[in-house]
Design a protein around this ligand. Structure first.
Ligand SMILES: *Cc1c(COP(=O)(O)O)cnc(C)c1O
Length: 393
C-alpha cells in the first residue's frame, strides 16, 4: 500500500492479498496454523528469515491487516495486537521492564492499569511512582536512576484532564525514558502521541476502535525495536488477538474517521447545552473553554473526544436517580459505542471506596460520565434533560 495515501485512506484500503476467489472484502482466516510445502520453508520461517505465518498465536492475516492499519493511523513503525486492551498494557510493561526497574505513571489511569502498577508490578521487583496528571514538578521529582518508562493517558478517565504530550515527549527524551501512552480515549484520529515523541502507544480496541460494543481487543504500536521485544514476550505468553475479532476491528477502522467526527460533534453539542442546565453545577469536556487545559487540548487534539462529564447539584442521590430515569441512554460498564452510555462511578465502579478515596481519584458524588453515541443529538439531549428533571425531584 502506497504510504503517500492519507492514513485515513490507508485504514480503508490496506488489505490482505486476495485469494484466488478474488473476494473484495478480506475473508476470515479461522486457522490455528499454516502449512509449509517444504521443510526448508518451515525452517526459514522459524529462523525469522521469512515472515511467513506459522501459528496464529504469533501472527495471522486478519490480525496483521488490523495491525498494519493501526500503524498507518498512529504513524508507527510496528505493532502487535492482543486479546484485550489490558493485555496490551501488561505486555508493554512486562516485556520491557525487569526486576529493579522503576516506572512513573500518571495517577489517574484506567482502573485495571492502576491495579497492575500498584499491586502486581511491585511483586516482581518493579517499583512505580504515581504522579498527578499536570504537576510537572512532581514528574521531575519522581525520576530515579533506575527509571525506565513513563506511562500516561490523555484525556484521563473519568476526569478528562489533558496532559501536554509535547511536554511529555521532551521530558522523556531529557531523562532517556520510554514514553508509553494509552491513546484509547482520543484514538489516532484525534491525537497522535508518536508525533510528540511517544515510543509506544497502547489501545483498548474494545472502545472507539470497535465502536459498536461487539468485541474485546487491544494493540501496542511504536518503535520497531521495542515492539520486537513485546512481540516475543506475547508470542511466548499467549495473549493473541482472535482472527474473528481482528476481522471485526479491521472493518471498524474503515469507518473510524466518520464515526469519531460525529461522536465528537455530538459530545460538544450536548456538553454545551448542559452548561446552562439548572441541575448541573459543572460540565467537563476538553473542547469547552472553561476546561483547565483547554489550550493544550486545542493544541494536541483535532476534536474533543466522545466523552464528557457533568456534576449533578444533587450529589450521590441525584446520580442514582438520574441513571434510573434514563429512557434511551444505556447504563453499562463500557464506553465508545454507537449508543450513548451513562455511568455514575460513585454508586457503581467506585462504590466500595470512601468519599475521601473517591475524591483523591477525582470522583465526586454527583459525577456522571457520558459516552456520546451516534444517535440524533436532539434525542440524546432530550433523554438527558428529562432524567435530570427527575433526578432533582
Ligand atoms: C477499557 C480501557 C482499557 C482496558 O481495555 P480492555 O479492552 O477492557 O482490556 C485500558 N485503558 C483505557 C483508557 C480504557 O478505557
Amino acid at each position: 500500500m502506497s504510504s503517500k495515501l492519507d492514513p485515513i485512506t490507508q485504514a480503508i484500503r490496506i488489505q490482505t492479498e486476495r485469494t484466488q476467489q478474488q473476494e473484495h472484502s478480506t475473508p476470515l482466516y479461522l486457522t490455528s496454523s499454516f502449512v509449509f510445502d517444504e521443510a526448508e520453508a518451515m525452517r526459514a520461517a522459524f529462523a525469522d528469515e521469512t515472515d511467513d505465518n506459522i501459528y496464529s498465536r504469533f501472527s495471522n492475516p486478519n490480525v496483521d491487516e488490523f495491525v498494519a492499519k493501526m500503524c498507518a493511523l498512529e504513524g508507527a513503525e510496528a505493532g502487535f495486537a492482543t486479546s484485550t486492551g489490558m493485555s496490551a498494557v501488561f505486555g508493554s510493561f512486562f516485556a520491557l521492564l525487569k526486576q529493579g526497574d522503576h516506572l512513573i505513571s500518571c495517577s489517574s489511569v484506567f482502573g485495571s492499569t492502576f491495579t497492575l502498577v500498584t499491586k502486581y508490578l511491585p511483586r516482581y521487583g518493579i517499583t512505580c511512582t504515581l504522579v498527578p496528571a499536570n504537576d510537572e514538578a512532581a514528574w521531575e521529582a519522581a525520576v530515579q536512576p533506575n527509571t525506565k518508562m513513563i506511562y500516561l493517558e490523555t484525556p484521563t478517565n473519568p476526569q478528562l484532564e489533558i496532559l501536554d504530550l509535547e511536554w511529555a515527549g521532551k521530558f522523556s527524551k531529557k531523562h532517556n525514558l520510554i514514553l508509553n501512552v494509552d491513546n484509547c480515549f482520543a484514538t489516532p484520529l484525534l491525537q497522535k502521541p508518536i508525533e510528540y515523541g511517544a515510543d509506544l502507544v497502547v489501545h483498548s480496541a474494545t472502545k472507539w476502535i470497535d465502536g459498536q460494543g461487539r468485541v474485546l481487543g487491544g494493540i501496542v504500536v511504536g518503535r520497531a525495536d521495542l515492539i520486537k521485544e513485546i512481540y516475543l514476550f506475547c508470542r511466548n505468553t499467549g495473549p493473541a488477538l482472535a482472527p474473528f475479532n481482528a476481522w471485526i476491528l479491521s472493518k471498524s477502522l474503515e469507518t473510524l474517521d466518520v464515526r469519531m467526527t460525529r461522536h465528537c460533534e455530538n459530545a460538544l453539542t450536548v456538553a454545551q447545552t448542559l452548561q446552562s442546565n439548572p441541575h448541573v453545577s459543572k460540565v467537563k469536556y476538553p473542547f469547552l473553554e472553561g476546561h483547565p487545559q483547554f489550550d493544550i487540548a486545542k493544541k494536541q487534539m483535532k476534536m474533543g473526544g466522545g466523552v464528557f462529564c457533568m456534576e449533578l447539584k444533587g450529589g450521590l442521590e441525584a446520580g442514582r436517580k438520574f441513571l434510573d430515569a434514563l429512557q434511551m441512554l444505556s447504563v453499562t460498564a463500557n464506553l465508545g459505542d454507537t449508543r450513548s452510555i451513562a455511568s455514575h462511578p460513585a454508586s457503581t465502579t467506585h462504590s466500595r471506596l470512601t468519599d475521601e478515596q473517591r475524591l483523591s481519584v477525582g470522583i465526586t458524588p454527583g459525577l456522571i460520565r457520558i459516552s456520546t453515541g451516534l444517535e440524533k443529538v436532539e434525542d440524546i439531549i432530550a433523554d438527558i434533560n428529562q432524567a435530570l428533571e427527575k433526578s432533582a425531584g
